[in-house]
Design a protein around this ligand. Structure first.
Ligand SMILES: [Fe+2]
Length: 223
């Protein structure tokens, strides 16, 4: 016999289910909203010279015989909107120093050695899954003046139709220079966590001894 008490129970379950679903949706929305990747300075070394080879493998230059010096890494991730949906057709540019800490840029007067086998910048585009991947090396640190040493980092510029362009930088977990970096430390602590990426062994499908880091990026839609 179906009682009034059963009816209340059913309503309570339904309400609970709805509340759980609502809070789950809110959590996802909040996660995406709060996950918006913070912008950071472009810095003085944005590429100014075109290069023939601008693909996603920075560890060698097309036509060259050598391999770039340094620890090989793969940086990968998904370009997302604020509702956690992948963005198709996003353009991701990265530029960075070579293993010695030198940029291939006229503004870099550090005197650190260039690596002629390193492709200092590259461009990727996302497909329907929003994913990108670059094969590169872990960049060196370099002096930025007045005793300030920039920790290893990779510069990113990400653009997609209908979204604000984002310029930011990726750092690596555990580097002692991170805690003293004036650019990274200028971010609120919650935002710092979004741009510091752990590296772990890349696995058998990648080059031996290479490392892998996941840097997914959330863009802000133009409204
Ligand atoms: Fe830099």
């Amino acid at each position: 016999m179906y009682t009034r008490r059963d009816a209340f129970k059913k309503m309570a379950v339904a309400a609970g289910t709805f509340a759980a679903a609502s809070s789950a949706i809110a959590a996802v929305t909040d996660a995406c909203f709060s996950a918006r990747t913070p912008p950071q300075s472009e810095g003085p070394f944005y590429p100014v010279n075109d290069q023939l080879d601008k693909d996603t493998d920075l560890t060698q230059v097309t036509g060259g015989l050598g391999k770039a010096k340094g620890q090989m890494i793969f940086v990968t991730g998904t370009i997302l909107d604020q509702n956690c949906r992948p963005i198709k057709g996003a353009r991701i540019e990265i530029w960075q120093a070579c293993e010695s800490g030198r940029y291939n840029h006229p503004n870099d007067e550090s005197g650190l050695p260039l690596d002629r086998n390193f492709q200092y910048w590259g461009i990727a585009h996302t497909g329907t899954d929003g994913k990108y991947i670059f094969k590169t090396i872990k960049p060196g640190s370099y002096p930025a003046g007045s005793g300030w040493i920039r920790p290893p980092h990779i510069h990113y510029k990400v653009s997609a139709l209908g979204f604000h362009e984002l310029t930011t930088q990726l750092y690596f977990s555990g580097d002692p220079l991170n805690d003293k970096d004036l650019i990274l430390k200028a971010l609120p602590s919650a935002d710092q966590k979004k741009v510091v990426v752990p590296l772990s062994p890349a696995g058998p499908e990648f080059n031996p001894n290479s490392l892998l880091g996941d840097f997914s990026i959330t863009l802000q839609r133009v409204v």
